[in-house]
Design a protein around this ligand. Structure first.
Ligand SMILES: Nc1nc2c(c(=O)[nH]1)N(C=O)[C@@H](CNc1ccc(C(=O)N[C@@H](CCC(=O)O)C(=O)O)cc1)CN2
Ligand SMILES: Nc1ncnc2c1ncn2[C@@H]1O[C@H](COP(=O)(O)OP(=O)(O)OP(=O)(O)O)[C@@H](O)[C@H]1O
Length: 251
C-alpha cells in the first residue's frame, strides 16, 4: 500500500526547497562579518584572475567538448577540473562581469584592473571587452562598458550600463559565441552554488535563460563567483546552468 503521507514528507517540490534555501543563503550573506568582506573579496579576485589566466594559457577556446562540466564533478575544492588542449587562434576576449547587489562578492577591483589593462594584456588577445547585465522588458541582456561613467542605478538598484553612452553596446551573445575568434568568460554571481557547480540565483531564471545552451559553445566558459559559505547542498533543476570553475575564498 502506498503511504501518501510519507510520500508528501519525502517529496518536497524542488521549488519550495529552493525557496527555503535561497532565503537561508541570502540571510547568511546579509549577516556576514563585514570587516572580513574585502579581504575575502581580494582572495576571490585572485582566484578569478588565476582561473582566467588558466583558461587563456590552456587555450580553452579550442577545448574538447567532452571536457565540459556535466555537473557531476566536485569543482570548488581545487577550482580546476578540466584539462584543456588545442592550438592558439584567439583574437578577442570578452569578460562578462556584474555590478554587486547588496552583499554579493564585489568584483570592482578586478573590473578596474581590466579596464586599465593592468592584466592579461600580454596574453595575445588583441582586445578585451567587459560586459554587464541590464534588465530590459523582463529579460536580461549584456552591454559593454568601459568605465564607471558608463553606469547608472537600474533594476533592483543594481548599476547597469547607460545605453546612450558611446562605449555601451548591446551584446549579441549567440553571434559572439558562434565566432571562434572570440573567447567569452562569464563571471557569474549567485545566491548559492552546489559543490558540483550548479547555480541558484534570485529565482527569476535570468541567467538560466540567457546562457541556455552556452555549454554547447567551446569558447564560452562560466565561472561562478561566491563566498565559501555560499557553496551549499542546493537542489537543482535540469535548466540550471552549470559552472565550469568556481572562484571562492576557500583555500
Ligand atoms: N549583481 C547582480 N546583478 C544581476 C543579477 C544578479 O544576480 N546579481 N541578476 C541575476 O539574475 C540579474 C538581476 N536579477 C535579479 C532578479 C531578482 C531580484 C529580486 O527579486 N530582488 C528582490 C529581492 C531579492 C532579495 O531578497 O534580496 C528585491 O530586490 O527586492 C533581483 C535581481 C541581472 N543582474
Ligand atoms: N532556460 C529556460 N527557459 C525557460 N524558463 C526557464 C529557463 N530556465 C529557468 N526557467 C524558469 O525560470 C524560473 C526560475 O528559475 P530558477 O529558480 O533556477 O532561477 P535562478 O537561477 O535562481 O534565478 P536568476 O538566474 O534570475 O538569478 C523557473 O520557474 C524556471 O521554470
Amino acid at each position: 500500500m502506498i503511504n501518501h503521507n510519507n510520500a508528501k514528507i519525502n517529496d518536497i517540490p524542488s521549488d519550495d526547497l529552493k525557496k527555503k534555501i535561497r532565503k537561508k543563503l541570502i540571510a547568511l550573506r546579509d549577516g556576514m562579518d563585514i570587516s572580513k568582506k574585502s579581504e575575502k573579496e581580494l582572495n576571490i579576485i585572485n582566484k578569478a584572475e588565476n582561473i582566467i589566466k588558466n583558461i587563456l594559457d590552456k587555450n580553452s577556446y579550442n577545448k574538447n567538448i567532452d571536457n565540459k562540466n556535466t555537473g557531476n564533478d566536485t569543482i570548488y575544492q581545487n577550482n580546476v577540473i578540466n584539462d584543456f588542449s588545442g592550438k592558439k587562434y584567439i583574437r578577442n576576449l570578452y569578460i562578462f562581469a556584474y555590478r554587486a547587489k547588496g552583499n554579493e562578492v564585489d568584483l570592482i577591483q578586478l573590473i578596474k584592473k581590466l579596464w586599465n589593462k593592468e592584466i592579461f594584456s600580454e596574453s595575445g588577445y588583441t582586445d578585451i571587452q567587459l560586459a554587464f547585465p541590464k534588465i530590459e522588458n523582463k529579460k536580461m541582456e549584456f552591454y559593454t562598458a568601459a568605465s564607471e561613467d558608463d553606469f547608472a542605478p537600474g533594476h533592483f538598484g543594481i548599476l547597469e550600463p547607460v545605453i546612450q553612452n558611446d562605449n555601451v553596446h548591446k551584446i549579441d551573445f549567440k553571434a559572439l559565441a558562434a565566432d571562434k575568434n572570440n573567447t567569452v568568460i562569464v563571471l557569474v554571481p549567485g545566491v548559492g552554488f552546489s559543490k558540483n557547480g550548479h547555480r541558484m540565483g534570485y529565482g527569476a531564471g535570468y541567467y538560466d535563460k540567457y546562457f541556455e545552451g552556452a555549454c554547447d559553445f567551446n569558447n564560452v566558459v562560466l565561472v561562478g563567483i561566491a563566498f565559501d559559505f555560499q557553496i551549499y547542498d542546493i537542489p537543482y533543476d535540469s535548466y540550471d546552468i552549470i559552472m565550469e570553475y568556481m572562484a571562492t575564498n576557500q583555500v
